[in-house]
Design a protein around this ligand. Structure first.
Ligand SMILES: *Cc1c(COP(=O)(O)O)cnc(C)c1O
Length: 392
């Protein structure tokens, strides 16, 4: 008999009742060190006092009003993001996949309004993940996500990851946009090299193609800059944000330049919940905290400590781990044994990690994880690897 909850997830037999910082408390009262952070969502850890305070204060004032009205909390968060990024304008969603939908619509509308309605084709890269809505699965195009859901939304092609020549060859006079994660998350923590992002920007500029960055997982301070693309010194035309921006409250956003957003007038798009006062008050608090240069420097310092320790684990456990990947606190351990075995073995050592494609173990701790918890995480990962070795 089917479970009351639609069985779309392969769930671990763990349930948590509370959390604090980088720790989760399970039903049976034991503590787990959380290196998944809700898949990069709990950017400030669990129950961060400033976020609890914001949630409580706004919750007592006003949760929701329709976008029929001005929403000052939404205007404030939009201004913060415009002030701290390439963007001139922002639309708020509740999730990453909704951000993908708008990014696709906005890019197509841009060319339509510019008198080139034939420019509808969007180029994505293999291994990409942009969400689970029909447009987002058509964009990423992987067999696993699209099988049985046809007919798919037309207008997408996928090229090999970080293959400049393949992208160049795929661009035609019908190309609308290129969509890419500066660091693939689900795809296995694959960092697009800076010179590739630069080359991509040049290619898009010379062909009038819009560049869409999906920073749903790698953005919001995770790399030690507010957004990952800042390391390469290039900017997109459109950017998708979600996960970390709400710190656990469902919130997403599409950021865009004025030019890219030129087609999006009144009535062109909408969302009932997107940008409501409660979500935006929390999003603004998260954004204020993580965009502080001192906070971002601390992320880089923690990341350096963590990474060094992970390199040591790879050296000490060559039969379990092969290499460290990633940037800042979006890190991956390429595994020799099945990554899911490592995740499971970690449960016994009370450490939570997340599997990704390409047999990678994903490590996405809270951005404010204390140094002591990083040391503890390294020691638990070491013990986990030792457990696995003794079973080999
Ligand atoms: C998680 C993710 C999405 C989808 O976000 P949802 O909130 O699950 O819809 C899109 N892009 C990337 C890069 C992601 O990691």
């Amino acid at each position: 008999m089917i479970s009351a909850v639609l069985p779309t997830y392969n769930r671990a037999p763990l349930a948590f009742v509370s959390g604090s910082g980088s720790w989760l408390m399970s039903e049976d009262g034991s503590r787990y060190l959380d290196l998944g952070a809700g898949i990069a969502v709990n950017a400030l850890g669990h129950a961060h006092p400033a976020l609890v305070e914001t949630l409580t204060a706004q919750g007592q004032k006003l949760w929701h009003v329709s976008n029929i009205y001005r929403i000052p909390e939404q205007e404030h968060l939009a201004e913060l993001l415009v002030d701290r990024t390439f963007a001139d304008t922002v639309f708020f969603t509740n999730s990453g996949t909704e951000a993908a939908e708008l990014a696709i619509k906005m890019a197509r509308k841009h060319h339509h309004e510019a008198g080139q309605p034939e420019r509808t084709q969007i180029i994505a890269v293999e291994g990409a993940f942009h969400g689970r809505s029909t447009g987002a699965i058509a964009a990423a195009g992987s067999e696993k996500m699209v099988k049985g859901y046809g007919p798919l939304m037309p207008g997408f092609t996928q090229v090999k990851w970080a293959d400049h020549d393949a992208i160049r060859a795929a661009i035609t006079d019908q190309t609308c946009a290129v969509i890419i994660e500066p660091i693939q998350g689900e795809g296995g923590i694959r960092v697009v090299p800076d010179q590739c992002l630069k080359g991509l920007r040049d290619l898009c500029d010379s062909t009038g193609t819009l560049l869409i960055f999906d920073e749903v997982q790698c953005g919001m301070g995770r790399t030690g800059k507010l957004f990952a693309h800042e390391w390469a010194g290039v900017t997109p035309d459109i950017m998708m944000v979600a996960k970390g921006i709400g710190g656990g409250f469902p919130l997403g956003a599409v950021l865009a330049t004025e030019r890219a957003a030129s087609g999006m007038g009144a009535g062109s798009h909408g969302s009932t919940y997107g940008g409501n006062p409660l979500g935006c008050a929390i999003g603004a608090k998260v954004t204020e905290i993580v965009s502080d240069p001192a906070f971002l420097d601390a992320v880089s310092q923690k990341a350096a400590h963590f990474r060094q320790g992970l390199e040591g684990l790879v050296a000490n456990h060559p039969r379990v781990f092969e290499a460290v990947r990633g940037q800042g606190l979006i890190l991956g351990l390429k595994c020799v044994v099945p990554n899911t075995d490592v995740v499971k073995a970690g449960y016994s050592r009370h450490i939570l990690t997340v599997a990704a494609a390409d047999n990678v173990l994903r490590l996405l701790p809270a951005l404010n994880i204390p140094e002591a918890d990083i040391t503890e995480a390294l020691s638990r990962l070491d013990a986990t690897a030792t457990d696995l070795e003794s079973a080999l």
